[in-house]
Design a protein around this ligand. Structure first.
Ligand SMILES: Nc1ncnc2c1ncn2[C@@H]1O[C@H](COP(=O)(O)OP(=O)(O)OP(=O)(O)O)[C@@H](O)[C@H]1O
Ligand SMILES: [Mg+2]
Length: 247
């Protein structure tokens, strides 16, 4: 604990930049996620959200800045090392293994979890939560519908029992009943004290479940603070998210 009794950050970013050639996708972002917190990362298309969490995971290179996880500098660690340390990601656009079955995808997701009982318990839990995965258990994942693949991607990243999970637009393109289930799942994971960094376009739902929020625009953070404060700030939301027009 710090002197002011604030819990220490589980994940801590200091001045992180991500550039793709001339494109400055992330420009000096510093943020932290504390243990047991749900933190929403919001922003319009092209804000840099996926670039930022891809950089945290190590799947895109960090141009400068540092990433610390559980007090350790992991800026240069590989994605595989980060999975082993307990960082999970459900990437944007699903990225399941299309030629493997649902069962094989889930097994791969759990491969970094050494405890068989935990693997089995997790599998049971996610198959109960997303019954379609149970029905399609031995079917090639590539034959699932988009929404079904999304449910598989989320389940897969949770199978290893990560310490923190980064969800990149988990509700994108899903039917309302499944969106509701995804947010119920997030609330359940939160109640179980899983630490979550949640990227979402569905701002109202995300802010309802989040403790704190960051708002990103053009690669920079424009707001950080209590999720409820952002939710109530119509000015910020309409200025950066265009929500006023959408409602
Ligand atoms: N591999 C890449 N090469 C070049 N530019 C890229 C690459 N990936 C992303 N970008 C650019 O970086 C910027 C940030 O993109 P990013 O995907 O991080 O945004 P985002 O906030 O996740 O948006 P969305 O809500 O649409 O998913 C965009 O302008 C995008 O065009
Ligand atoms: Mg994105």
């Amino acid at each position: 604990m710090r002197p002011n009794d604030e819990p220490e950050a589980m994940l801590e970013l200091d001045s992180v930049r991500v550039e793709y050639g001339a494109v400055k996708a992330v420009q000096s972002v510093s943020l932290d996620v504390r243990e047991g917190e749900v933190v929403a990362l919001l922003g319009p298309n092209g804000a840099g959200k996926t670039s930022l969490i891809s950089a945290i995971m190590g799947v895109v290179p960090i141009t400068s800045g540092t990433v610390r996880f559980l007090g350790r500098d992991v800026t240069l660690a590989s994605p595989e090392e980060k999975v082993r340390m307990g960082i999970g990601i459900s990437p944007e656009g699903r990225r399941i293994f299309a030629n493997l079955t649902v069962a094989e995808n889930l097994r791969l997701g759990a491969s970094s979890q050494p405890d068989k009982a935990i693997r089995e318990r997790n599998q049971h839990r996610y198959l109960e939560m997303f019954p379609i995965l149970k029905e399609r258990f031995h079917q090639k994942a590539g034959t699932l519908s988009g929404g079904e693949q999304q449910q598989l991607a989320i389940s897969r990243c949770l199978m290893a029992g990560p310490k923190i999970v980064m969800l990149d637009e988990p509700s994108l393109g899903l039917a309302p009943v499944i969106v509701e289930r995804i947010f119920d799942l997030i609330a359940e994971l939160k109640a179980a004290r899983l630490t979550i960094l949640l990227v979402e376009q569905n701002a109202n739902e995300a802010l309802a479940v989040a403790d704190r929020a960051y708002l990103m625009h053009s690669g920079r953070l424009r707001f950080e603070g209590e999720a409820s404060r952002l939710r109530e700030s119509e000015d910020l939301m309409s200025h950066y998210m265009g929500l006023a027009e959408a409602q």
